[in-house]
Design a binder for this molecule. Structure first.
Ligand SMILES: *Cc1c(COP(=O)(O)O)cnc(C)c1O
Length: 377
């Protein structure tokens, strides 16, 4: 049965089809066309760092792993509480993932849990800004510097979010963004690599273009293009870039609407949460969050499952989130065991995400809030 209120509804601003048609009539539907250039310029201005569109955030992470030159014997520290791509990108290069725990307030990588994993084998620390709420990057950056490792921000959730006045994705050496349909700004499948270390720009362009210096050739910097390095096909089609451009023109409005949804949930559920020992998201001071999701942390896994059923029976689709990577089939092959990341293990069994998309109407919001409030954990 299709739920009355879905968990996600893909966001369309209305100009997507027009721009797709324009990309087609431009006669350039492969990568690095006019729409790609516009999108990359938009990010370059917003973020203040060169940004390359990629086929996905997963692929941007793979490029980051290549740029960090990680390989067998190297270790990469990342939260267990994340999507598989954060780990896989590095595992594909032969590196060993070391799973750290998250803090119970923001569910972001906990520097105290990172500390004992640091060694001269650590080549990168990969924080995830969960829900688009900034990690404690100051301390993580210090830890990375102490062992000569790189910070790579998996910023799939926080495209327009900030820490102080610094956009997320621009603080580590590299940052990645996702434009998957489930993310705030989308072109169906897509991503971007934000390159904050200027010494990595040229190599990033080459890796993205199948290991060729095609980009330099197109700029007239070299007179022929050839195979110069490792690489793969990480370039986004200009048809998808056209969809993304429509979304970027509407990005501030999407962000505003999502903020209203988030604030509505937070205000309307605060009293119920306190009365029922339910934890709502924590936004630390100085953090301008990304409004990517709204979650509830129930007292235990049974009440979480009962709440999902309670909402489901009333036509509302609410869902859990990441299962701990260190306890997955792959994670266990890297030595993961129960008890390694106690906060992750606990929150992943108690977390539920409420329907969250930019055009969730006031009626729908009221309906979800009333249905949650009618539940006793
Ligand atoms: C969605 C997501 C990804 C993967 O993004 P794709 O664009 O689908 O490859 C990676 N990391 C996190 C934290 C995500 O939420």
């Amino acid at each position: 049965m299709t739920p009355r209120i879905p968990f996600n509804r893909a966001c369309f601003v209305g100009t997507e089809q027009q721009y797709i048609a324009e990309a087609v009539s431009n006669g350039h539907i492969s990568g690095d066309g006019r729409f790609t250039a516009r999108c990359e310029e938009w990010f370059g201005q917003r973020l203040g760092s060169p940004t390359l569109l990629t086929t996905s955030c997963t692929h941007a992470l793979e490029m980051a792993a290549l740029l960090a030159e990680v390989g067998p014997g190297d270790e990469v520290i990342l939260p267990s509480f994340t999507f598989v791509s954060t780990a896989n990108a590095f595992v594909l290069r032969g590196a060993t993932p070391r799973f750290a725990d998250v803090t119970p307030d923001t569910l972001n990588l906990d520097p105290d849990s990172v500390e004992p994993l640091l060694s001269d084998r650590t080549r990168a620390i990969v924080p995830v800004h969960y829900g688009g709420v900034a990690c404690d990057l100051g301390r993580l950056a210090q830890q990375a510097e102490g062992v000569g490792a790189m910070v790579i921000e998996d910023n799939a959730h926080g495209a327009l979010a900030k820490l102080g006045d610094r956009p997320l994705g621009t603080i580590g050496s590299l940052g990645t963004l996702s434009f998957h349909e489930t993310k705030n700004i989308t072109c169906g499948e897509g991503g971007a690599l934000v390159i904050n270390d200027p010494s990595l720009v040229e190599r990033a362009e080459i890796l993205r273009q199948k290991g060729t210096n095609r980009k330099q050739f197109l700029r007239g910097e070299v007179d022929k293009y050839t195979w110069v390095d490792l690489g793969s096909s990480y370039v986004m089609s200009d048809i998808l870039a056209a969809v993304l451009w429509a979304q970027l023109e509407g990005a501030d409005e999407i962000h505003r609407q999502r903020r209203l949804v988030w604030e509505h949930y937070h205000a309307e559920l605060a009293g119920w949460a306190v009365a029922n020992d339910v934890q709502l998201p924590t936004i630390p001071p100085g953090v301008e969050q990304g409004y990517h999701l709204f979650y509830l942390l129930l007292p235990d896994s049974q009440s979480r499952d009962r709440l999902i059923d309670h909402l489901g029976e009333r036509g509302i689709l609410a869902v859990f989130h990441y299962q701990p990577l260190h306890l997955s089939e792959m994670g266990r092959r890297y030595g993961g065991a129960t008890g390694d990341c106690p906060v992750t293990e606990s929150v992943s069994s108690r977390l539920v995400r409420l329907p969250f998309f930019h055009d969730l109407s006031n009626d729908e919001l009221g309906d979800v809030v009333a249905t949650v409030r009618s539940f006793t954990p």
